[in-house]
Each structure stands twice: as structure tokens, then as C-alpha cells.
Design a protein around this ligand. Structure first.
Ligand code: FAD
Length: 418
């Protein structure tokens, strides 16, 4: 790692989460000089502790729940949705935009755009994982969605029908088929769906570390520093100032700072609606529990992933901003839920975690140039799907910088949509 700032790079990537690293990897492969800046390369960010799912079937955006469900969710202090009142007032424009984006025609448009990324995920992800020596850490065993009642299964079918129209494959299962696939689950699920195209990784942190080590080996310069601001001076001349007074120059800058990206974009004159959608999990030793694939508990909005480092029980969407202290009681509540539906699950070596999903109201990432300075390229806002879409985003960003045809329409991801 470079302590001082050395020379100029063609491209400087801001942020070394999975998205920034995948961008650095893809851009460097084009023969371009790359520097990547992060205030804490080893630090615990969304990319390190997420659920590890390659959720290519998640092609419908998160929407505003109906009023009754919303009240039910908000009155449960440790339920799947948390909203601190003071934060709601501050982020009202985001929630208003979420409401508008929840109208059927907008959901269809977002779903189509999400599917355009998700349908090509493996084409981009598999070569990247192979190149960084992480191919063996991808488990292509599908995923299982389980429903506690026939009623909620039927209610979910319209969303699954929309996904099917976009090319998502799934197979309906009954209770005995669920038991056969995952014998460790409590026998309380009359209905389920098998998602053959889903996969999960051994440990998302390992993917980040493998990417970081690979880009270093490829000659990407790592600079540790806290980015203060970015100033474009001309079409191919940008400076990046760090809070300690150092600065770097580059021809182009990629902003990939996850949930922290909006401040930089706003200072560049781009309006962005981005919220930290805080998610929690607890990882415990698997013990006698054996799950083969990720399980998605539909009504309760949580998942269980069998990682190499234990079973991770996670979920929740808490809106409280970037600086409020985590409420780890949410981790305990998630573990209790996990133990209820996976009866053999204990609490040995329980590790609690919170991370900031970088979420936009329409559920789409921001990928593409700044509205006013095309030397700045945005690459953030991947919400629930940053691990899934990182390699594809990297490929698209490398294409944008190199002037190549993107292969998917990029308009839906433009920052201009805000
Ligand atoms: C509970 C939970 C479960 C999830 N499960 C999944 C899943 O199963 N599958 C999936 O695909 N996705 C999942 N996600 C989402 C995924 O983790 C994120 O979308 C993804 O990690 C975002 O990556 P990123 O690189 O954009 O951001 P981050 O990982 O947050 O990285 C941003 C980087 O920018 C750096 N940075 C920020 N500000 C500055 C600054 N001023 N100066 C220097 N550096 C700065 C930070 O240090 C950080 O390293 C989950 C997220 C959560 C919270």
C-alpha cells in the first residue's frame, strides 16, 4: 500500500468495497493505470459482512409496503423494517421517491433494468472469480424460498410471475420436497420455490480480500486516505483532495464509495437520492445443522446462508443514517428467528454485524457519467445486490471509460434520473 500519493493515474477509483475493487480490476485489465483510494482497506463495510448471495433472481425492486403492513412492521421494534422518526424527516425526499417508484409502471421499468444486469451476472462474475483465484468459493446450488402459509405463497406469485416474464427461473415445491432439499428446516413450510440460478459464496470477505490482493498484483496502486472532495478542471483532468491535505490527479475518477457516495456527487452538482439501508446479521457455527443452499424466509424477510465460516442469519432494513450506533438487538432477534425455523441451530461463536446497503428509491444502481463532468463516472447504489452485480458493474464502467458499447441500455442507471 502506498502511504504517500505518487504521480498521476489515468483512473482513480474512490472506494475499495467489492464494487470499487471490481471496477479497478476491470479497468486495469484494459491496460489503464489505476489507483484506488479507501480510508480503511481492511475496514468492515457492506462488502465484507453481507449474506453472500448471488441473487440473480432478485429482479424486482424493494417497494413501499401497503399501509397496513407498514404499520405492522413499524410497530415491531425489532421487525424487518426500522425507521427512526428524526431520520425519516431528514430523508423524506427519498421516501417520497420510493412511494412514486412503487407505482406498477415504475416497478416494471425498474425490474426490466435490474434484469438486464442480473441476466448477465455469471458472464462477468465467473471470469472475475477465476482470475482472482476465487472460483472454488462460489457454490452454485440454487436457493430455496419458503412460505409459512398457502395464503402468502399465493400473494407472492404475482411478483414471481413478473420475474418469470423477465427470464427468471423457479420451480414450485410442496412441503415434502422442501424437507427433502433441506432436512434441517422445521417442517412448517407448506410451500416453497427452488431458484436454480442463485448461488452463494464461501465468505464475502474472502472475495473482497482476493480481489484486493489480485489488483495489487496487477499493479493497481492502493492509497489509504479519506476523500474530502473531487474537482474537475477539464475534460480529462480531475483532482481528488484527501482530508489530510494530500491530493491526486487523474484523467478520470470512478466514485464507488457505497452508501457514502452521495456527498461527493452532490458537491459535483449531481442530485442523488441515496440512503443507507442498514442490514444486520449473526453468524454462528453450523454445529449439526446442514444447509446446502441459501434459504429465504419469505414472510419474515430474513435469510440463512451456509457460509464456510458458519451459518449467517441476516436481513432487516433499518433507516437511521450513516452515523447512528448499530442496534445489535436486531442481530439477536434475527438469530432467535433462525433458531425457530432451523431447530438445531445454536449460538456457538455468534458474531453480530451491521452494514450499510447503498440504496436508491427505485432499486437501481447509479452507473455512468456525472451529468455535468464526463470525467467522473459513478458506480454506487447497488442496494441489496452489490456483491451480485459487482463484476458486471466493473465491466460496464471499464466499457464507459474505454468508449465501448455497454451491452445493456445504461439510461435507467443514469444519475440524471433523480
Ligand atoms: C445485511 C446485508 C446483506 C446483504 N446481502 C447481500 C447479498 O446476499 N448479495 C448481494 O449481492 N449483496 C448483498 N448486500 C449488499 C452488498 O453488501 C452491497 O450492495 C455492497 O457491498 C456495496 O458495495 P460497495 O463497494 O458499493 O460499498 P462498500 O462495501 O460500503 O464500500 C464502500 C467503500 O468506500 C469507502 N469510503 C467511503 N467513504 C470514503 C471516503 N470519504 N474516503 C475514502 N474511502 C471511503 C469505504 O471505506 C468502503 O470501503 C447485503 C448488504 C447488507 C448490509
Amino acid at each position: 500500500m502506498s502511504n504517500g500519493v505518487r504521480g498521476n493515474s489515468d483512473v482513480v477509483v474512490l472506494g475499495a468495497g467489492v464494487v470499487g475493487l471490481a471496477c479497478a480490476w476491470a479497468v486495469k485489465r484494459e491496460g489503464i493505470t489505476v489507483t484506488i483510494i479507501d480510508r480503511d482497506f481492511e475496514g468492515d463495510r457492506a462488502s465484507h459482512g453481507n449474506a453472500g448471495g448471488i441473487g440473480v433472481t432478485e429482479s424486482t425492486p424493494i417497494t413501499m409496503p401497503n399501509p397496513l403492513k407498514l404499520v405492522q412492521m413499524l410497530t415491531d421494534p425489532l421487525g424487518p423494517l426500522g425507521l427512526r422518526p428524526a431520520h425519516f424527516v431528514k430523508s423524506f425526499p427519498w421516501f417520497w421517491s420510493l412511494m412514486l417508484a412503487s407505482r406498477p409502471h415504475r416497478v416494471h421499468a425498474s425490474a426490466k433494468a435490474l434484469a438486464s444486469l442480473n441476466m448477465r451476472v455469471y458472464d462477468d462474475l465467473l471470469p472475475m472469480l477465476d482470475d482472482i483465484g476465487a472460483g472454488r468459493w462460489l457454490y452454485q446450488r440454487g436457493a430455496l424460498v419458503v412460505f409459512e402459509s398457502e395464503t402468502s405463497y399465493r400473494a407472492a406469485l404475482s411478483e414471481w410471475k413478473l420475474r418469470a416474464d423477465l427470464g427468471v427461473e423457479f420451480e414450485p415445491l410442496d412441503g415434502s420436497e422442501i424437507k427433502e432439499l433441506e432436512p434441517s428446516l422445521a417442517p412448517v413450510f407448506p410451500r416453497g420455490l427452488f431458484l436454480p440460478d442463485w448461488s452463494h459464496v464461501a465468505d464475502p470477505k474472502r472475495i473482497v480480500e482476493a480481489l484486493r490482493s489480485k489488483v495489487t498484483e496487477m499493479g493497481v496502486t492502493l492509497v489509504q486516505g479519506d476523500v474530502a472532495h473531487v474537482t474537475p478542471h477539464g475534460p480529462r483532468n480531475v483532482s481528488v483532495a484527501l482530508t489530510d491535505g494530500r491530493s491526486l490527479n487523474a484523467s478520470r475518477v470512478v466514485v464507488a464509495m457505497g452508501a457514502w457516495s452521495a456527498r461527493i456527487a452532490k458537491r459535483l452538482g449531481d442530485k442523488v437520492l441515496l440512503e443507507s439501508e442498514r442490514g444486520y446479521n449473526t453468524t454462528v457455527d453450523a454445529g449439526d445443522v446442514s444447509l446446502s443452499r441459501e434459504v429465504i424466509f419469505s414472510e419474515r424477510s430474513f435469510v440463512a446462508t451456509p457460509l464456510d465460516i458458519g451459518i449467517r442469519i441476516g436481513g432487516g432494513a433499518e433507516f437511521a443514517g450513516l452515523s447512528a450506533a448499530p442496534n445489535y438487538k436486531r442481530c439477536d432477534a434475527l438469530l432467535t428467528l433462525g433458531q425457530r425455523f432451523i431447530p438445531g441451530l445454536g449460538d456457538k461463536n455468534a458474531r453480530r454485524w451491521m452494514g450499510h446497503r447503498p440504496s436508491t428509491p427505485d432499486g437501481l444502481p447509479v452507473i455512468g457519467p456525472s451529468a455535468s463532468h464526463d470525467a467522473i463516472v459513478y458506480s454506487f447504489g447497488h442496494g441489496h445486490l452489490g456483491l451480485t452485480q459487482a463484476a458486471t458493474t466493473g465491466k460496464l464502467v471499464a466499457g464507459i471509460l474505454g468508449g465501448a458499447a455497454p451491452g445493456v441500455p445504461l439510461e435507467p442507471f443514469s444519475v440524471k434520473r433523480f
